[in-house]
Write a protein that binds this ligand. Structure first.
Ligand SMILES: C[S@@+](CC[C@H](N)C(=O)[O-])C[C@H]1O[C@@H](n2cnc3c(N)ncnc32)[C@H](O)[C@@H]1O
Length: 308
């Protein structure tokens, strides 16, 4: 029924826009953020956790960056902390999970996911993960020196809560595109990181289904003020393109170790909107507009940690 309604609405952009305006301005507390595993069963949820962890570890180890004994911040973990458990199982010292929302979750399923995730691990990994979480009869509890879960705090204000130079590595997946003040975000992240520390951010530059009925890049044609009015309170994408991120890295003296575009729109999709782009995207090249998903590996200024 809900899916049917969504299909109808997506065929009518004016109605779709009106719904976003009402949701963002009158009902922002109705929040669907971070429900990455909501529609997934235990097996599929574990696949998602393994996939996100696999991306993090392969992107880092590809540049000789190890997670063993490191303090890691995961920004925006979503509706479970399975990735943190996996990182601990692989030898991380501590994982701090920081989220703007305490995303809606089914705790019974989350417990089952943790149980199964740990069950499937090799003995050494299982031992480390089991140290971090206590599975009780009907729930679970994390050991706070292993997993710290801070929710209700935006990454833009994380420094106030966490303090300077506490992390060796900062990770995020599908989070930065939801953050409206990226400049403040990077100001905080750089200070949270120890000198020479590393970050990996996977950013989904797609429209998140907004006005997709028109075309996958149509959302870039709407005026910025209207776009914000339709989504800034409910975590709709900020529309920032790769060039904007590169500018921030330069501003905050972050070395871009690698940038990998993992998904691209075809030339036809870009051509369709190119002459109608909002002025926010003036000067953005066709090549840049093609990028729909990107991963950045970054290092903060000093090289102290790399020598350790
Ligand atoms: C699409 S979910 C991604 C969840 C998870 N990282 C994954 O890959 O499945 C986006 C997450 O970012 C969080 N988030 C959005 N804006 C944020 C902000 N300003 N500060 C911290 N977390 C934020 C949301 O609450 C949500 O948990």
């Amino acid at each position: 029924m809900f899916e049917k309604m969504k299909t109808v609405v997506r065929k009518n952009p004016a109605m779709e826009g009106m719904i976003y305006l009402i949701h963002n301005n009158l009902l922002p507390f109705v929040n669907f953020s971070g429900r990455s595993t909501e529609d997934k069963d235990v097996t599929e949820s574990i696949e998602h956790i393994e996939s996100v962890t696999g991306t993090y570890t392969s992107k880092l180890s590809g540049h000789g960056i190890e997670i063993s004994n490191k303090t890691i911040i995961e920004v925006g973990p979503g509706d479970n902390l399975g990735v943190a458990l996996k990182l601990l199982s692989l030898g991380a010292q501590k994982v701090i999970c920081l989220d703007r929302f305490r995303c809606h979750r089914n705790e019974t399923k989350v417990r089952a996911v943790y149980r199964e995730l740990i069950e499937q691990m090799a003995p050494k990994e299982r031992e480390r993960a089991s140290e971090a979480v206590l599975l009780t009869q009907d729930g679970y509890r994390f050991r706070s020196d292993k997993i710290e879960y801070i929710f209700g705090t935006e990454v833009e204000r994380s420094l106030e809560i966490l303090g300077r130079e506490i992390a060796d590595i900062i990770l995020s997946n599908a989070v930065l595109e939801h953050v409206y003040n990226l400049e403040e975000t990077f100001r905080n992240l750089v200070l949270l990181l120890k000198p020479g520390g590393y970050m990996y951010h996977g950013v989904d530059l797609r429209c998140h289904n907004r006005f997709r009925g028109k075309s996958e890049l149509f959302f870039l044609t709407l005026p910025q003020w209207l776009w914000k009015l339709m989504g800034c309170n409910i975590g709709a994408p900020n529309r920032r393109r790769i060039g904007y991120y590169r500018g921030l890295f330069e501003k905050f003296k972050l070395t871009l170790i690698s940038e990998s575009v993992t998904l691209e729109a075809d030339a036809e999709a870009v051509e369709k909107i190119y002459d109608h782009l909002d002025k926010e995207f003036e000067g953005t090249s066709r090549e840049e507009l093609k990028a729909l998903a990107v991963g950045f590996v970054l290092q903060s200024e000093s090289n102290q940690m790399a020598k350790m």
